[in-house]
Ligand binder design. Structure first.
Ligand code: IMO
Ligand code: MG
Length: 446
């Protein structure tokens, strides 16, 4: 079955966690390849909802090994807390391993994240990014500046002390940093408890590939938040793309069998940055309410908007999607019509269909042109039950029309539709036109 990459196709919060959890039923390994506690992956189990931030969602399934991959930046204290909560709830069912190459987010990074946002705000309020303030940007900056502390160092007390001294020395511009000896003492303690999880993870994954075991690379953040290909500077600090998933895991491109993009049937964005199809007013409030669009990490209300095919076509090519999972279609149930942006018109009158301006300000100035698709009914109990027993055939015909349309316009077949938060509320459509989905993944769900 090989290596399957799951990628967020919008601005985050597309229900990557839900789809990864669904696919994890067939996986042996689930690997997070980038980001850290900025992610909030909600999964609705019979036991109740669980929100994962740093632990890959394979943890919820016995027999699955979850890997915090080399590309991640992990907050050790928050990670320990997350592990403990999962254990207490009896949900820590799989195994967990942490790459020795993953970097630690330190208390200094949290201070720096807040300080940077204040600096932006004081200099130019429109420059504020609205980060999650989890220390992500500064941790990646230190990683690439080669000041960072890897988990392999974190768990060696003498090395940790040495690296921490250097890291502190690199930040003379930061006042009020937490006391270094206290930070060292705290970190050493947490590190002792996390040490048993820390491993070289690439050889484990390579052996899994040799044994033909399935590996799922769980996306976090999303392609439009990619530090290079997203809406820079309103992005996160790593590469939440299919290419980034390989760098962040140490798996080679030749082993990838499928790249699955996850998109909602509408769109959301949290934090600052351009959002061409944003909807305000009553309709915006309606979508926020129906979709429960509040950040799982920061509790912020998400801005909402319509599906944007210009961005989706761009992201599809950037990542090489073999298929798409379309999520939260139930949220739009009951609307008379569902607008979808099919192209942009720029202020100079130019038409754009599949490549948005790289410049965030230019992107903010485009005018989307909408195609209005007929709406579909609300997902009442009866409809949900019918889909569960009859499968995709029971989807409302106007929704099928919408699915075909999105597949045709993006040239990526829609392979799954998620019509509710629960695990079982996902339906497999098979290959629906456009490019052919990889056999492995189709066979999985079929
Ligand atoms: P999941 O995995 C939504 C956004 C932040 C901010 C920008 C930079 O749940 O989809 P950062 O703290 O990463 O430096 O913030 O990126 N952001 C997310 N938005 N979902 C996420 O993750 C996000 N991770 C980061 O809101 O605009
Ligand atoms: Mg989120």
């Amino acid at each position: 079955m090989g290596v399957i990459v799951v990628v967020g196709a919008q601005f985050g919060d597309e229900a990557k966690g839900k789809i990864t959890d669904y696919l994890a039923a067939q996986a042996r390994y689930v690997v997070r390849t980038g980001g850290g506690p900025n992610a909030g992956h909600s999964i609705h189990l019979a036991e109740g909802a669980v929100v994962l931030h740093q632990v890959p969602c394979g943890i919820l399934r016995a027999g699955v090994t979850s890997v915090c991959g080399p590309g991640m930046v992990l907050d050790p204290k928050a990670l320990e807390e997350e592990i403990r909560t999962l254990q207490e709830r009896g949900l820590f069912r799989g195994e967990l391993i942490i790459s020795e190459r993953a970097h630690a987010i330190l208390p200094t990074h949290l201070v720096e994240d807040a300080w940077e946002e204040e600096l932006r705000s004081a200099t130019n309020p429109t420059a504020v990014l609205g980060t999650t303030r989890r220390g992500i940007g500064p941790a990646y900056a230190d990683r690439y500046g080669r000041w960072g502390i890897r988990f392999g160092e974190l768990i060696r007390p003498a090395k940790l002390a040495e690296r921490l001294e250097l890291l502190y020395a690199s930040k003379p511009y930061l006042k009020n940093l937490p006391d270094r000896s206290q930070v060292l003492a705290d970190l050493s303690e947490v590190a002792t408890r996390l040490a048993p999880y820390v491993r070289p993870t690439e050889p484990i994954l390579w052996s899994a590939v040799e044994r033909n075991e399935s590996i799922l690379l769980e996306g976090a953040q999303s392609a439009l938040l990619d530090v290079d290909f997203g809406t820079y500077p309103y992005v996160t600090s790593h590469h939440p793309t299919s290419a980034g998933a390989l760098v962040g895991s140490g798996l080679p491109p030749s082993e990838v069998t499928a790249v699955i993009g996850i998109t909602k049937a509408y769109a959301t964005r949290v934090g600052a940055g351009p959002f061409p199809t944003e909807v305000a007013g009553d309709m915006g409030a309606y979508l926020q309410r129906e979709g429960g669009e509040r950040g799982a990490t920061t509790g912020r209300l998400r801005q909402v908007g319509w599906l944007d095919l210009v961005l989706l076509r761009y992201v599809a090519r950037l990542n090489g999607f073999s298929s798409l999972a379309l999520t939260k279609v139930d949220v739009l149930g009951g609307l008379d019509e569902v607008p979808v942006a099919v192209q942009y018109v720029t202020p100079s009158g130019e038409t754009l269909t599949n490549y948005p301006p790289a410049d965030a300000e230019e992107l903010a100035r485009v005018t989307p042109v909408y195609e209005k698709m007929p709406g579909w009914p609300k997902f009442n109990e009866r409809l949900v039950e019918r889909i569960r027993s009859e499968g995709a055939a029971a989807l409302p015909s106007t929704l099928k029309q919408f699915i075909d349309y999105v597949g045709r316009e993006t040239r990526v077949p829609i392979e799954w539709v998620s019509y509710g938060p629960r695990r079982e509320q996902t339906v497999w459509l098979g290959r629906s036109g456009g490019r052919t989905a990889a056999a492995g993944i189709s066979a999985w769900a079929g």
